[in-house]
Design a protein around this ligand. Sequence first.
Ligand SMILES: CC(C)(COP(=O)(O)OP(=O)(O)OC[C@H]1O[C@@H](n2cnc3c(N)ncnc32)[C@H](O)[C@@H]1OP(=O)(O)O)[C@@H](O)C(=O)NCCC(=O)NCCS
Length: 173
Amino acid sequence: MSVKKFAKESAVIMTEMVLPNDTNTLNNLMGGKLMHWMDVVAAIAAQKHSNSIVVTASADNISFQQPIALGNVVTLKAQVTRAFKSSMEVIIEVIAEDIPANKKIITNRAFFTFVAVNKDNKPSSIPELVPETAEEIENFEGALRRRQLRLVLAKRMKPEDAVELKSIFNLQG
Ligand SMILES: CC(C)(COP(=O)(O)OP(=O)(O)OC[C@H]1O[C@@H](n2cnc3c(N)ncnc32)[C@H](O)[C@@H]1OP(=O)(O)O)[C@@H](O)C(=O)NCCC(=O)NCCS
């Protein structure tokens, strides 16, 4: 597919409030609920880039650095970092806000991979992504290494073929 799209065209911002049904027994947001929101916002970004139905192929190492409390407002920002043949990497940033206390913190950042599929559920080709800002270019360049790491871990790529990944560890061969 020769069509190109800018990274910013895939940008999505989703806002949620942590309600009692979303929390654990400590009155903090359940990790699974946050992952659900991350999956939704990232899928919308992937759909915007590909103009296609997409499926989640993988979610990279999500870590929970800070609890998000009942009543906090959660903003999830997602944007495609790079498009490959049928798959695309999406960065998701999660910001939790205690509005009455005027406090805002970035609680999570993660990368999800989505695959565009046709009506027969087969992978289909997607537009090339063009990064513009310094941050978009950095994310675009890192996406190739992250793709190789996740494909090696998923046993879909031989470690010796992960050339860009080797370069960050200064490995020979
Ligand atoms: C993702 C899926 C469509 C891949 O199908 P497949 O027949 O293995 O297709 P391919 O081997 O041709 O791979 C297609 C693309 O997926 C990527 N991919 C496959 N597995 C991946 C993984 N674990 N992590 C990242 N990317 C992956 C491949 O790298 C390839 O990308 P490219 O076309 O950009 O080079 C298929 O595995 C699937 O449908 N999985 C279930 C998706 C789903 O239900 N998600 C919700 C989970 S609850």
